[in-house]
Design a protein around this ligand. Sequence first.
Ligand code: PRP
Length: 206
Amino acid sequence: MITLALAKGRTAKDTIELLEKASITFPNFHAKSRKLVFYNESKTIKLIFVKAVDVTTYVEKGAADIGIVGKDNLLEAQADIYELLDLKIGKCKFAVASLENDALKQASTLTVASKYPTVARNFFKRKGIAIEAIKLNGSVELAPLIGMADVIVDIVETGTTLKENGLAVIEDIEEISTRVVVNKASFATKTQSIQQIINQLKAILE
Ligand code: PRP
């Protein structure tokens, strides 16, 4: 039995569709269901739905053998797991944004609000800029508007949220998409089953 942890939310539907194309199907799955556990027909794969930020924890701890999660969460979590495949869905980017026409301030310490403080710290460290990171759990775009932060580091998909709040991208950080990750011990002990799932997914991506 392989346990597959899937991030709930935006990309779940696309991911399930991709799995179905790869002949990995969960007959009892319905998009509107509140159930968190599903099985494939042969009961060889157990699908569990977890919060996107928790997928890496399930995989690193071995509670799930495989995880499907955004690169944003991988970069933030820095978990000791293998990243094996880019599913090329859930595409967006990490960017630094601030109030429109507001260039990067020359303040001694830049205040950066983000759901991804590790990503923010690493990005500004590479640039040699000292920051104070403020961890928020959502509505990050508010922070510069109310003067709590100079800039934000956040995900930009369509750019609508930034635009509607009078913010603009100052600098792109990194492209993001949905990735397949694997627990290291599982990859050693369940190599064949895991590789088969990876190969089925690879085949439909090509
Ligand atoms: C994400 C992200 C941005 C927005 C980007 O937030 O943090 O706020 O989506 O999408 P866009 O460029 O298409 O507007 P989410 O919707 O997950 O809500 P949150 O603020 O509650 O985290």
